[in-house]
Design a protein around this ligand. Structure first.
Ligand code: SF4
Length: 363
């Protein structure tokens, strides 16, 4: 179990329990993919955001030095046996670096497990929806081949509805964040458990969290946390120690994946629809204007006094947006700060000092 008021099973315990029940594991790289489709084949999606603190020597031999540590660590982790527990690997093409990783796995490194790339369109037109639905159909065929199973439309819809329920509760946790009696770290332990828990287990935990007695009014500085992933998680303790409370979230691993329920009865279109209708995300091609409106709206709704962009070094999709995004926020009276980290390094004093100075300014 993870520390905090809720009994959150660890990733290792979850994988072990799933395997003991005869289930299989899909290791999934960031960011967007159809969880329900994997579950329809008995595969539990377990996401691989790096992980942090990996010996990156192996990936250094295969990747350019300007590739981010999420991708570098994933490759090294795979090489060191960290993904041996996985039966398949899914690589969504969120960015050029992940697309490159997919190619390396398919053409050069060739792990024991089958590797499935998953292409995400960069728009929301009907043609994008149909393209993504076709990607889901292609993934279905690939999974059917390697697992020897199939899934009817009704079974797929059941899996989709289970994920929709979990995602609705995830969104509710974010919406009621200020009233939850959870520290920054405990809140993120909970919402990030969506990265590996079966949807039904997450649903039970989320309901338990929403039933906790409300927190006393918080006098911390309310902030909006954006960027990719809050690693190392010590960041969240540091924010609490500095008197900041994360009241709004735009992280790629969290708030940008609050997918709304779908509307159609075609399971493939519905899975695609859900991903495309998620909150604005640079890796899905949303414009800076859309992201700006989204961030300003969130800051206004939650009372966040500023935005901390917490990014992984060399993350091109984020770096392209940041200058105009920050300028637009500043003009709207929402100050921001950017912090860049490497997943293999501890949070630097310099980064902490910059966050502390920012909090003093917005306090
Ligand atoms: S951190 Fe940025 S560059 Fe790295 S995998 Fe994520 S989106 Fe791609």
């Amino acid at each position: 179990m993870e520390p905090g008021p809720l009994p959150i099973p660890t990733r290792t315990a979850t994988i072990r329990a799933w395997k003991e029940r005869g289930g299989r594991i899909a290791a999934v790289l960031p960011i967007h993919y159809p969880r329900a489709l994997l579950r329809a084949f008995g595969l539990l999606p377990v996401e691989v955001w790096g992980p942090p603190q990996v010996n990156a020597a192996y990936s250094a031999a295969h990747l350019q030095p300007y590739v981010c540590s999420i991708v570098g660590n994933a490759l090294s982790f795979l090489h060191s046996g960290g993904l041996d527990v996985a039966d398949v690997i899914v690589v969504p093409h969120a960015c050029d670096s992940l697309q490159g990783l997919g190619s390396i796995l398919l053409d050069f490194v060739r792990p024991r497990q089958p590797v499935f790339p998953f292409y995400i369109p960069r728009g929301r037109r009907e043609s994008d929806l149909e393209f993504l639905a076709d990607e889901c159909r292609a993934l279905y065929r690939g999974l059917a081949e390697v697992t020897g199973r199939s899934s009817s439309d009704d079974e797929l819809m059941e899996c989709i509805r289970r994920e929709e329920e979990a995602d609705a509760l995830l969104a509710e946790l974010h919406r009621r964040r200020p009233a939850l009696p959870l520290s920054n770290r405990a809140f993120y332990h909970l919402v990030r458990a969506r990265e590996y828990l079966p949807a039904e287990t997450f649903t039970d935990l989320a309901r338990a969290a929403l039933d906790l007695p409300p927190a006393d009014p918080d006098d911390g500085v309310p902030i909006l946390l954006s960027g990719i992933v809050p690693e190392p998680m010590a960041l969240l303790d540091s924010l609490s120690e500095m008197g900041a409370t994360v009241v709004a979230d735009d992280l790629a691993c969290c708030g940008r994946r609050l997918y709304p329920p779908g509307t159609t009865d075609d399971p493939f279109r519905r899975m695609a629809e859900r991903i495309l209708n998620g909150p604005p995300d640079c890796t899905r091609g949303n414009s800076i204007a859309e992201r700006l409106q989204h961030l300003i709206g969130m800051a206004r709704r939650t009372g966040a006094r500023g935005v901390v962009f917490y990014d992984v070094k060399f993350c091109e999709p984020e770096l392209f947006d940041l200058p105009l995004l920050r300028k637009g926020l500043q003009e709207a009276g929402v100050p921001s700060v950017t912090i860049e980290v490497d997943l293999n390094e501890p949070l630097s004093h310099q980064a902490l000092t910059r966050i502390e100075a920012f909090l003093e300014m917005v306090r």
